[in-house]
Design a protein around this ligand. Structure first.
Ligand code: NAP
Length: 236
């Protein structure tokens, strides 16, 4: 059995996922970097190995039922444990008419992918001494803030509804796991400079990764079923 705590980060080949993997590695985790392109996963893992972090690459397309079905046996045989799951992989599909196509595509990754991976890995997380699930959400999934008009030009039906659905899955999973050691929380990273966030974003990835890393390493008396940005609770 792996003696270090083991974390899986989805969509870890670039952007926030890559930086979350780096920060968890710096905190002493053994980190599995999931990416839908095996070569990109290997390249990202090689970079972090070069920083003397303990990481491994894994081909994981969060919309592939085959990839997801193989996860429990992979973690059991390679590590004998899984402590942290970060559902970070996400898309913000360009919209074209009819919008139902981009809405469906967005839900496949942002909602169904995260749900299927959580379902597959929950038994291993329950067996861990301090299992943590972090769903990488967005303030654009907050019904409260978007209905106040604060989302403005950023609101899109696929992306916003997918993050609102991910938020609800967070609440439901936290409830289902309330009598276990597993904590389930949603993170808003902030508006972050990545391929998705763009150059105008005010935060760099180091800052943007912090919320997910904090939620992945919560102490026993930390929250579960919360929506958080840099230690502050956000309204659903
Ligand atoms: P990014 O740079 O575009 O990275 C997205 C990551 O998700 C990439 O690694 C991408 O892989 C991966 N991905 C997409 N579809 C996938 C699939 N089917 N299977 C596996 N991986 C897949 O975006 P980011 O800004 O780092 O976003 C990370 C998360 O933070 C997302 O959930 C996003 O919604 C959320 N978020 C970001 C911001 C922001 O301001 N940046 C704000 C709020 C929330 P490829 O390289 O193969 O495409």
């Amino acid at each position: 059995m792996q003696t270090k705590q083991v974390a899986l980060v989805t969509g870890a080949n670039k952007g926030l996922g890559f930086e979350i993997a780096r920060q968890l590695g710096q905190k002493g985790f053994f980190v599995v970097l999931g990416a839908r392109d095996a070569a990109k996963a290997e390249a990202a893992a090689a970079t972090l190995c070069g920083e003397n972090l303990h990481v491994r690459a894994l081909k994981l397309d969060v919309t592939s039922s085959e990839d997801i079905a193989s996860l429990p046996a992979y973690f059991e045989s390679e590590f004998g444990r899984l402590d942290v799951l970060i559902n970070n992989a996400g898309v913000n599909e360009p919209e074209s008419e009819p919008r139902i196509h981009s809405v469906r595509k967005t839900f496949e990754t942002n909602v169904f992918g995260a749900f299927a991976i959580t379902e597959a890995l929950t038994p291993l997380l329950k067996a861990a001494p301090a299992g943590r699930i972090v769903n990488q959400s967005s303030i654009l999934g907050s019904l409260t803030l978007i209905s106040d008009g604060q989302g403005g030009a950023w609101t899109k039906p696929g992306y916003t509804a997918s993050k609102a659905a991910l938020n609800m899955l967070t609440v439901v999973a936290a409830y289902e796991l309330k009598d276990t050691k597993v904590k389930v929380n949603a993170a808003h990273p902030g508006w972050v400079k990545t391929d998705m966030g763009g150059d105008a974003a005010p935060l760099d990835v180091q800052e943007g990764a912090k919320t997910a890393v904090e939620l992945a390493t919560l102490p026993e008396d930390g929250p579960t079923g919360a929506f958080v940005h840099l230690g502050k609770t956000l309204p659903w």
